[in-house]
Write a new protein. Structure first.
Length: 481
């Protein structure tokens, strides 16, 4: 921007220099023309005066009046030339011209009063009148020469000044042109660095995105219009990447759903029969047999739980929304889950929002159960934060060993678990239920233990209290408890 402003200033300076130089040159040229016009006018005066004297001389020599008419014309021309020259002269030159005018009138008076009467047979002595006429004509000629010499010198001075001004004009214009060229190069480099290269970077990133490389990003991101465009492109890339992952998750879970439906159909009935026989065996008197039967019942129940979890994960969630106090719901879950453990609930702000309380209760149940199992003797807390105008946040913290780094990337994927008897479906189902509310379930970094945050947006509303809302199909990004 600075280089551009300097370039504009240089162009304006060049135009200004050209304008001023042109004005100076025009003024000098005008001075030369004025001097030339004045010289020509003075020369016409000199010629006309000499012509008048010549006709006086012819009249005297011929001793007749044949040249008298020509004399009158020459005298008229001389007076006209004097009138033309007067506006063109100043100062001493004008005074000299007035002296020539007086000499012309004296010459005419000498002719009419002395020379002309002698021709007609009388008047003053001829030699004396002729000498006087000659003196007057010499004075007029010398005056005209002085004026012409002075004007010639002024014209030459004006010409020299014009040449100097022209040289300075050319030099200044060349200097300004050089500066403008340098600034143009600087502007070109600036445009290349600030516009062309960033735009090429945007084009390259867009091409990579179009080719399927969703990791493409534009760097560095600047604080201007192009930077804003790059930021939006990066946001779009992030959103595309996230949507692709969700799409892949949805496709994978759709496969799980089909598998779960087949499993439920093929396994649930045999499991039910096995469970019935196992319970009959539990009634026998032999304690060892009853013990084995109870183990069979527990394993069958675990198999049924896995099948039920798969079905929960795969099927779309139909929500029944109602305005719910999340602090009261969290307190209810804490009281039911705590038993002989203390589960602390803390709340602040506006914690009422529209949710499916049964589905959110299931999420909180899974999280609190995981926290209790992770920290059998440590504290478990539920923080319900309603200060955010866009969403309500519920954080479940424990003082257990935390989540292993290698498990974090797939924490919300089905069957990811660290528990010996865990199904790995609890967090996956919980994340699916959160997304059905257009919310999010995420692991939050903490110095110790584990902290899961459930974010439920306030914008999720229905036309009527208690109306139904179909959530998206389950597609968890990960985990279990």
């Amino acid at each position: 921007m600075a280089a551009t402003m300097l370039l504009v200033a240089a162009v304006i300076a060049a135009l200004s220099v050209s304008a001023v130089s042109q004005a100076v040159l025009s003024a000098r040229a005008k001075d030369v023309r004025s001097a030339d016009e004045a010289i020509a006018a003075v020369q016409r005066v000199s010629i006309a005066v000499r012509d008048a004297y010549a006709h006086q001389a012819h009249t005297v020599i011929l001793q007749n009046r044949t040249h008298l008419g020509h004399y009158q014309e020459a005298l008229h021309d001389a007076r006209a030339a004097l009138a033309t020259a007067r506006p063109l002269l100043r100062g001493a030159d004008l005074e000299t011209l007035e002296s020539i005018a007086l000499g012309l009138e004296a010459l005419d008076e000498n002719f009419t009063t002395s020379l002309l009467p002698h021709v007609e047979g009388g008047g003053a002595p001829l030699a004396e009148a002729h000498d006087r006429a000659l003196d007057l004509i010499v004075e007029a000629q010398e005056g005209a020469d002085r004026i012409a010499a002075h004007l010639e010198a002024a014209a030459r001075t004006a010409e020299a000044a014009a040449r100097v001004a022209e040289r300075w004009t050319v030099a200044l214009q060349l200097a300004v042109l050089a500066v403008a060229l340098l600034l143009s190069a600087a502007v070109a480099l600036s445009v290349d660095r600030t516009i062309s290269r960033p735009l090429l970077g945007l084009e390259a990133a867009a091409r990579r995105l179009a080719a399927g490389d969703l990791a493409a990003r534009v760097t560095p991101v600047r604080d201007d219009e192009i930077g804003s465009l790059a930021h939006r492109l990066n946001e779009m890339a992030v959103e595309l990447d996230l949507r692709e992952k969700r799409l892949l998750d949805a496709e994978r879970l759709a496969g799980i759903g089909r598998l779960a439906a087949g499993v439920a159909h093929e396994i649930n009935n045999p499991l039910g029969v096995m469970l019935g026989y196992a319970r009959l065996i539990e009634r026998r008197d032999d304690e060892a047999i009853r013990k084995d039967a109870r183990a069979i019942v527990d394993e069958i129940a675990r198999c049924q739980s896995i099948v039920g979890g798969l079905l929960d994960l795969a099927r779309p969630h139909r929500l029944t929304l109602s305005d719910t106090d999340l602090a009261a719901l969290a307190q209810e879950v804490a009281e039911r889950m705590g038993d002989d453990r203390s589960v602390e609930v803390r709340a602040r702000g506006n914690v009422v929002t529209a949710i499916d309380d049964g589905k959110v209760r299931q999420i909180l149940h899974n999280l609190v159960q995981n926290a209790i199992e992770a920290a059998p003797t440590g504290a478990v807390t539920l923080d319900v934060d309603g200060d955010d105008p866009e969403a309500v946040h519920v954080r479940v913290r424990d003082e257990g060993p935390g989540i292993a780094p290698e498990l974090r990337p797939r924490l919300f994927e089905p069957f990811a678990t660290t528990k010996a008897k865990g199904t790995g479906l609890g967090l996956a189902v919980s994340a699916s239920l959160a997304r059905a509310h257009h919310g999010e379930l995420a692991l939050v970094d903490t110095p110790s233990g584990a902290c899961f945050e459930l974010r439920l947006p306030r914008a999720l509303r229905t036309p009527a209290h208690g109306a139904s809302h179909d959530g998206p199909p389950s597609s968890a990004p990960g985990g279990s408890a």
